[in-house]
Design a protein around this ligand. Structure first.
Ligand code: FMN
Ligand code: SF4
Ligand code: SF4
Length: 257
């Protein structure tokens, strides 16, 4: 008999966080549900979870913090002493204060964080740990989810503290690189629909609102014509150095007691 209904609630601009949380959810509950909060923002309705729910929160690390747009979305999700798992995906630099920040937020929203993970994923910029989470990472995710499942079955809803510092470091904002559009654009409008911050004009997907764009590169990854690019000299120079600095592989961290 199933004890908890599992729902993954995530923000995932380039899909890496989503891959890990969904992999974990599949182990916990074959009829898991998904709440993908990446696209909409204002349109998100408040959602409430109860004692028989289990929520997996997932978000990417932006400058050592949870992306602030994800925080805004998560504030509409409310628990009632609902057990949860918190997962942050980071691009092989560091997760710094992201886990503790998500842990604090989950508690404020009425959840009990019974475990957490900081998983390594391909970085948005450059070519760092390309393809991660890969099959080896996902196998680790599955094993961790199995341990969480056992904990839930034993009804051990003990809270697990997360590493990090308070006050949190400054971070959580988007980056400064702005995609441009090449002549390959077929004006399908997909980038405009998928942009998490509605930064791409619906009537003309070549036009970008600089102030709204967070450099998440979702439009670049999703464009079917590969027409969204960042080609500036500044970006080329940045990634050359970045790829070298972050070349050393990091391992996933899973936290449970
Ligand atoms: C603006 C921005 C800031 C980032 N800051 C960090 C960071 O501080 N540490 C890190 O390891 N990765 C950082 N990353 C990389 C992302 O955390 C990583 O690629 C993550 O897997 C993206 O998740 P998603 O695919 O679910 O969007 C950053 C990415 C962006 C776009
Ligand atoms: S997704 Fe690509 S092809 Fe479609 S409108 Fe956007 S830039 Fe053009
Ligand atoms: S326009 Fe900016 S915010 Fe929107 S998807 Fe592209 S990179 Fe992300």
């Amino acid at each position: 008999m199933k004890t908890y209904q599992t729902t993954c609630v995530y923000f995932s601009a380039t899909g890496t966080t989503k891959r890990s949380v969904v992999e974990m959810a599949k182990i916990l509950d074959e009829s898991y549900e998904e709440m993908d909060l990446t696209i909409c923002n204002e349109a998100i309705q408040e959602s409430r979870f109860g004692k028989n729910d289990f929520v997996i929160f997932g978000a990417p690390v932006y400058s050592g913090r949870i992306y602030e747009g994800a925080i805004k979305r998560f504030k509409k999700i409310v628990g009632e002493q609902t057990p949860c798992l918190i997962v942050v995906a980071y691009g092989n630099r560091d997760f710094d204060d992201a886990l503790i920040e998500l842990y604090d937020l989950a508690k404020t929203q009425g959840f009990i964080p019974i475990g957490g993970a900081a998983v390594v994923a391909e970085h948005t910029y450059g070519a760092i740990q390309v393809g991660r989470p890969n099959e080896v990472d996902l196998e680790e995710d599955r094993k961790f989810a199995e341990c969480i499942k056992q904990k839930l079955m034993r009804k051990e809803l003990t809270e697990v503290p997360m590493p990090g510092n308070r006050p949190y470091r400054v971070g959580g904002k988007g980056g400064s690189f702005r995609p441009t559009t090449t002549n390959e654009c077929i004006e399908c409008g997909l980038c405009s629909t998928l942009c998490p911050e509605q930064a791409i004009l619906k009537e003309n997907p070549r036009i970008l609102d600089d102030g709204k764009c967070i450099s998440c590169f979702r439009c670049i990854r999703q464009c079917p014509a590969k027409a969204k690019v960042v080609e500036t000299q500044e970006y080329q120079t940045f990634v050359k150095d970045f790829n070298i600095r972050l070349a050393q592989r990091k391992e996933n961290l899973y936290i449970l007691n």
